[in-house]
Design a protein around this ligand. Structure first.
Ligand SMILES: Cc1cc2nc3c(=O)[nH]c(=O)nc-3n(C[C@H](O)[C@H](O)[C@H](O)COP(=O)(O)O)c2cc1C
Length: 178
């Protein structure tokens, strides 16, 4: 039984990312405690690079916004699953803002053991996920995290384009998490 946090990065409600994330959560919820949080809903401001978090009591960020809630949740997360649409070969800006705000040393108090990735893009290009996967691999290595698995979906542009077989893959990945 793990505590799983699914962090979604699309500002488009009930789109392809949300549907894949929900399918994952359904599978993962069979044997784990799962919570979903939308980076877009949290309205997280970008890191300003002030580095004052390094000197502050508790090492928290000076900005007071939706990230406070996420810092609290990440302190109770064993497995973090990040789900994002592909935006210009990267993750969405909403999600990137959250990632950058993990610069704060507060992150050292997180018990996260595993990281997983769900991505969806419109193109069918073989290289569609390459840039994100390089960053993902580097983050796994840097934080000594186990790869919980990935679901990479091509060819889904409009809401509802995501196919049953893709949703099934997300569900099966969820089921595999312990
Ligand atoms: C700003 C923006 C940039 C995008 N860039 C790409 C891209 O580089 N490659 C791609 O295949 N799709 C791109 N897309 C399409 C989305 O990845 C695709 O529509 C996806 O299904 C959206 O997921 P959602 O329904 O969860 O929002 C882009 C969409 C937007 C809005």
């Amino acid at each position: 039984m793990s505590r799983i946090l699914v962090l979604t990065g699309s500002p488009r409600k009930n789109g392809n990312t949300d549907r894949l994330a929900a399918s994952f959560a359904k599978g993962a919820g069979e044997h784990n405690e799962v919570e979903m949080v939308s980076a877009a809903d949290l309205a997280v401001h970008p890191c300003t690079g002030c580095n004052s978090c390094f000197g502050r009591e508790g090492n928290a960020c000076i900005q007071e916004d939706g990230m406070a809630l996420l810092y609290r949740k990440l302190r109770e997360t064993d497995v973090l699953i990040v789900a994002s649409p592909v935006y210009f070969y990267g993750v969405s800006a909403q999600l990137k803002a959250v990632v950058d705000r993990l610069h704060a040393p507060l992150r050292n108090s997180f018990p996260i053991r595993k990281l997983g990735l769900i991505l969806v893009g419109a193109a069918e290009l073989p290289e569609l996920f390459d840039a994100i996967l390089v960053q993902y691999e580097l983050i796994l290595r840097f934080f000594h995290l186990e790869d919980a698995g990935r679901v990479l979906v091509r060819g889904a542009k409009d809401k509802g384009d995501v196919r049953e077989e893709d949703l099934r893959r997300a569900y099966v990945l969820g089921l595999s998490i312990t």
